[in-house]
Design a protein around this ligand. Structure first.
Ligand code: GLA
Ligand code: ZN
Length: 680
């Protein structure tokens, strides 16, 4: 299919007379795909059982006539008002036990049998109607599915069933949860209920973790109900759902398991941080999405203008951003970039979430840039079938994310930030990272980064041990091995089950929060690398304001005060009552080695550590990349494409094969180069 440029289009929101002109403009820009019918249930079924497809048929034919394909959506995120009026039991119930207010979207109970019947009917009609229409190539299921947190009676029962299935008896639950605390013991299954009320964080974390797992399973079951139905009617249809990083996240690996590909709604920030220590690259999110099915993915919604509506409007994308961010997604494995949305809505709640065209409908600066993007994408068609191949894996785990969210560990310390720091360290030296499920295989990698393994999964420990034994490099961090699978603390010194691997143990820890402290690098090689990066790269400008001899790095958030058992010390704390005690170590394990980072160091430190690990594994890297310059590769057989992206709002220059290459803000330079084997 090549690399597809697309837009999200809502024909039901515009007079029919505008459709042809819109489609002509899209064609002129190189658009090859439109996504439609996402929230159009009330137009498709204005009264129960009265289905209307004429308008959508017309819209499909307008695009088909211009060589533009169509991706349809099951419109189930927004049931029509008649459905809520007739069947109030399909409305979600909140943690206060009351049905929430309608008029928004996504406020339906995914488990409600009545709602499921209504969904089944509209999906049957839709897929049946279009299964022989060759312009319709697939379906997006629903919209941005969150884990099902509905607390209605049906969902309460579903949770109870999930618990019965998992534990069998209430005694088993009591034991797994340690329910003797605060008289939490169950005397009957009737007392097993989802956590309710405003004080969820005061409830037993064993219960709340299980509830999150159930909520994810519940959404996956809903998605599967839709997927099976669509496939039974149209086996050739491509099926996906569009995801984002929301508050109540489903487990992405479970969610996408049976889908054809992952889709992501990509809204990178338009506000570039002034602090060079801040992490802002969207590369992390793109790598996370590619890693879900470990293959290329789609951007189902891509930033096209300022975002806003339920918050103050963001800055407009500056010149270069629309094109640059879209190509950044391609560089990280996106095979389609579908822009949200064609024209900014003039009505409805989202009228300030801007599209390619403004309310005026006058093609402007962003339209011209989108058109340029279309030209570039046209030249990238030979990328079809190319993939991103990396030697570094970063482990993500839904359980750890839930665990961290349920019990905030220290001020400003977030699970994803811990992952991003490491991702940023490798990105900063031009080494690509795959973000993968902790349950995935580590085959094909040289380095596995396993940050914040809060909740122990013995399978992961075994895999990491084998990986290191065979010569791999592993990195572990603070907050690992803290809890068992039931979310109870493990009674052993940290990092408990990772102790042998790390060759250290934690004598005490301290939640440092936002306070910054000193980290003294004692290892000569690492100190040299840190200094080198300070001098060469982005810190050049403010190196003097940092550390004079490049000897001291900084830390914040967390301090594990370590005692090295078999490990070698790389850095020690430079202040507090634990000054001089180990903070970062490396342990030889089998043919490989295992790093342990007890704290959260600054960006440069992560880059220096990444450089040391890359060197050990003989991966090529650069310690001279200017701030924000990202290098990625896509490969196909013997060919590789190198993407050099200036992800900053300042001009940057970088040396490539001995020549200085200048990049405007957000400019992407793409070269075709030869790949020697699979390693670049
Ligand atoms: C999400 C949704 C879209 C739209 C945008 C902007 O990504 O999927 O339908 O609402 O946000 O708000
Ligand atoms: Zn419910």
């Amino acid at each position: 299919m090549g690399i597809l440029l697309g837009v999200d289009y809502y024909p039901e929101q515009w007079p029919e007379e505008m459709w042809e002109q819109d489609a002509d403009h899209m064609k002129e820009c190189g658009v090859k795909l439109v996504r439609m019918a996402e929230f159009a249930w009330s137009r498709l079924e204005p009264e129960e059982g009265d289905f209307r497809f004429e308008w959508l048929d017309h819209a499909v034919s307008v695009f088909k006539d211009r060589g533009i394909q169509v991706f349809l959506c099951t419109p189930t995120c927004t049931p029509p008002l008649w459905a809520f009026e007739k069947y109030p039991e399909i409305i979600q119930v909140g943690t206060d036990g009351r049905r929430i207010s309608i008029g928004i979207r996504g406020h339906r109970c995914m488990n409600s049998p009545v709602y499921r019947t209504l969904c089944e009917r509209i999906i049957r009609q839709l897929v049946d109607h279009y299964r022989n229409e060759e312009a319709v190539i697939g379906y997006q299921i629903d919209n941005e599915l969150e884990a099902n947190h509905c607390r209605c009676a049906v969902c309460e029962e579903a949770f109870r069933d999930w618990m019965k299935e998992k534990y069998g008896t209430t005694e088993q639950i009591d034991q797994a949860y340690g329910n003797s605390v605060w008289s939490g013991e169950y005397s009957s299954f009737s007392q097993v209920k989802p956590p309710m009320g405003d004080f969820i964080k005061w409830q037993n974390p064993s219960l709340t973790l299980d509830y999150n797992r159930y909520a994810s399973d519940s959404t996956v079951a809903y998605l599967e109900f839709q997927r099976k139905l669509i496939h039974s009617l149209d086996p050739k249809a491509q099926i996906t759902t569009n995801s984002w990083l929301c508050e109540n996240m489903p487990d992405f690996y479970d969610l996408f398991h049976n889908l054809d590909f992952v889709s992501y709604d990509n809204y990178p920030t338009t506000m570039i941080p002034t602090d060079s220590q801040e992490l802002y690259s969207h590369a992390f999110h793109l790598d996370l999405m590619r890693g879900i099915l470990q293959k290329n993915f789609w951007i189902m919604e891509q930033l096209s203008g300022a975002v806003g509506s339920w918050m103050p409007m963001s800055a407009m994308p500056v010149p270069g951003m629309i094109k640059g961010y879209a190509l950044q997604a391609v560089a990280h494995g996106a095979d389609a970039v579908i822009h949200f949305r064609w024209r900014t809505a003039v009505s409805g709640a989202e009228m300030y979430w801007h599209g390619i065209l403004d309310h005026s409908n006058v093609p402007g600066r962003r339209y011209q840039e989108f058109k340029e993007l279309g030209q570039t994408i046209k030249q990238l068609q030979e990328l079809d079938g190319s993939e991103v191949v990396n030697r570094v894996a970063l482990l993500y785990s839904s359980d750890n994310e839930y665990g961290f969210k349920l019990q905030h560990q220290a001020e400003g310390m977030y699970y994803l930030e811990q992952l991003k720091c490491l991702h940023d360290g490798f990105t900063g030296i031009g080494v690509g990272v795959d973000i993968i499920d902790e349950r995935a295989s580590f085959d094909g990698y040289d380095i596995v980064l396993a940050p914040t393994m809060l909740i122990e999964h013995s399978g992961t420990v075994k895999k990491l041990e084998n990986f290191a034994k065979q010569g791999g490099t592993v990195l572990l961090t603070n907050r690992s091995g803290v809890k068992n699978l039931s979310n109870q603390c493990i009674m052993d010194s940290l990092p408990t089950i990772y102790k042998e691997l790390a060759g250290v143990h934690v004598t005490e820890y301290n939640a440092a929060g936002a306070r910054t402290g000193k980290l003294r690098i004692t290892d000569a090689q690492l100190r040299g690398q840190y200094g080198q990066i300070c001098t060469n790269s982005f810190l050049r400008e403010d190196a003097s304001s940092l550390q004079t001899e490049h000897q001291d790095a900084t830390y914040k958030r967390w301090c594990d005060i370590l005692e090295a058992d078999t490990a070698e010390v790389l850095a020690v704390y430079g202040d507090q009552y634990y000054a001089g005690q180990p903070a970062v170590t490396v342990n030889t394990y089998g043919k490989g080695c295992v790093y342990y980072v007890g704290t959260v160091p600054d960006r440069t430190f992560y880059m220096a550590l990444a450089a040391r690990m890359a060197q050990e594994q003989k991966l090529s890297f650069r310690d001279d990349l200017p701030l924000g310059v990202e290098i990625t590769y896509r490969q196909k057989q013997d060919t590789a494409w190198r993407f050099v992206f200036n992800n900053s709002d300042k001009p940057q220059s970088i040396s490539l094969e001995g020549n200085i290459c200048s990049l405007k803000p957000f400019e992407m330079k793409i070269d075709k180069i030869c790949a020697k084997g699979k390693r670049i």
